[in-house]
Design a protein around this ligand. Structure first.
Ligand SMILES: [Mn+2]
Length: 455
């Protein structure tokens, strides 16, 4: 994106937060096992949003008088020898439309001058200890007070602004989805009985790497899909297994795709797998049909929950009055998570700022099991990009516990559910752009009808 975009974003932020200085710190290199061996660098998403500068050890200061100052490292000879030449801070600043540039070593003095002037210095709550430490040093406060000292006004304004995606941002997400579609094709071609999950994860990663794209998050590639964030890849796939892949490429501009598909290892779904798969697909499609600014994401969650409960009743796994069952949370034995979340520069977009993104002021998360994991409850707006990811899982420890407690026994057929232990899980996830009167499924269309998956 060009300098004008970043400048316009900062100007809008300034209109919404007119007081004080605003300080954004970029991320630093994070050591993996010793200082010189670092994790792949990924810039902080707010920094990317307001400046597009993907470089460690940088800062952006918006002063109360309206000036914008970029702070960045100057390349010394060692850097040039080991890492190559670096644009000057002034060159980097110009690309982000920032008028002033200084060496990063001057940041402490600039912040100290502001503090002396009495101007409040607003910052976002840091999610990395190293950044909290850095802020503590700059602001002269103990590191354990940094989170509490973050500006709620600033966080609200940033969350508000980043929640609504521009056409350019949607194009970035769709670029990530194009790569993700190719990753799905590679996965499907590689799945067969006797192979290890890691071979599939490797085939998918190869596609992303070959396009010089990172993966937006650690992918889930597992035949034990009932463990929701299963990040092990060591199991050998058997003919009766379902392989669940939850993954997404990240675009060059840092935008995330988030896709889940399920592939029968045998190449075809058996009867039981097909029935459960269809229940999940019906729920996923019902959400697409209903998603619009007329509903909240909580409404969508309940649309999916009711569809799942109805489907499971037909199969004989649930029973009784389904509206009562869903209100009581009985379906959460099978669907224990929320319907979805915001998507953008972060896979769980802007969730570093907490529930101010997903919940309106004054509305707290439910404490009910399942519903409590709903990350986004607010009314949808044109420009929101959200995931739609219902699932049905058979989790043995959860089933054991609920059955022992006879929890929701009037709604759950435990002896039938027991027959599904070992089944794993099914989740189907797409990324939706909310439009003025509905939604659009983003991306090139990654197969999800059973016949398309099997082809
Ligand atoms: Mn997701």
């Amino acid at each position: 994106m060009d300098a004008r975009t970043y400048r316009a974003r900062r100007q809008e932020l300034r209109r919404n937060v007119p007081h004080g200085a605003i300080l954004f710190l970029g991320l630093d290199e994070a050591p993996r096992n010793y200082a010189a061996n670092v994790y792949p660098f990924r810039q902080d998403s707010h920094f990317l949003y307001y400046a597009g500068i993907s470089q460690p050890d940088v800062a952006l200061l918006l002063t109360p008088d309206g000036a914008e100052i970029f702070f960045g490292p100057a390349a010394d000879l060692d850097t040039i020898v080991w890492s190559g030449p670096l644009p000057s801070p002034a060159e980097t600043a110009a690309r982000a439309g920032v008028d002033h540039a200084r060496d990063i070593s001057q940041l402490p003095t600039a912040v100290a001058d502001l503090r002396r002037s009495g101007a409040p210095i607003l910052y976002l709550p840091p999610y990395r200890a190293a950044i909290a430490q850095k802020l503590a040093g700059l602001l002269g406060r103990p590191a354990n007070e940094i989170a509490a000292g973050a500006s709620l006004d600033l966080a609200r304004a940033v969350a508000r602004q980043r929640s609504v995606k521009s056409g350019e941002e949607v194009a970035e997400i769709e670029a990530a989805l194009d790569v993700s579609a190719a990753m799905f094709r590679a996965a499907r071609a590689a799945v067969r009985p006797g192979r290890v999950e890691a071979e599939i994860a490797g085939a998918m990663q190869a596609v992303a790497l070959a396009q010089d794209c990172p993966q937006a998050f650690l992918p889930i590639v597992t035949v034990r899909g009932e463990v929701l964030h299963n990040n092990s890849y060591h199991r050998v796939m058997q003919a009766g297994d379902l392989l669940l892949i939850d993954y997404g490429a990240e675009s060059r501009g840092g935008y995330s795709a988030d896709i889940t598909r399920v592939i029968p290892v045998a190449g075809r779904f058996d009867e039981r797998q097909r029935a459960i798969y269809q229940v999940v697909l019906d729920a996923q499609l019902a959400v697409i049909a209903a998603a619009s600014p007329r509903v909240t994401n909580r409404d969508l969650h309940f649309i999916a929950a009711r569809k799942i409960a109805a489907g499971l009743k037909e199969i004989g796994l649930m029973r009784g009055d389904l509206e009562e069952a869903v209100q009581a949370g009985a379906h959460a034995l099978f669907f224990p998570h929320g319907i979805g979340h915001m998507l953008g520069l972060d896979t769980h977009d802007i969730e570093d700022l907490g529930d101010i993104v997903g919940y309106p002021e004054g509305e707290a998360r439910s404490t009910q099991f399942g519903l409590g994991f709903l990350r986004l409850a607010r009314r949808l707006e044109p420009g929101f990009v959200v995931t739609d990811e219902p699932g049905v899982y058979f989790n043995p420890p959860l089933l054991d516990l609920w059955e022992t407690e006879k929890r929701h026994a009037e709604f759950i057929n435990y002896s039938a559910a027991r027959q599904y232990l070992g089944f794993g899980g099914v989740r189907i996830e797409d990324d939706l752009l909310i439009t003025a009167d509905g939604c659009r499924v983003l991306g090139p269309g990654i197969p999800k009808a059973p016949a398309e998956i099997e082809r």
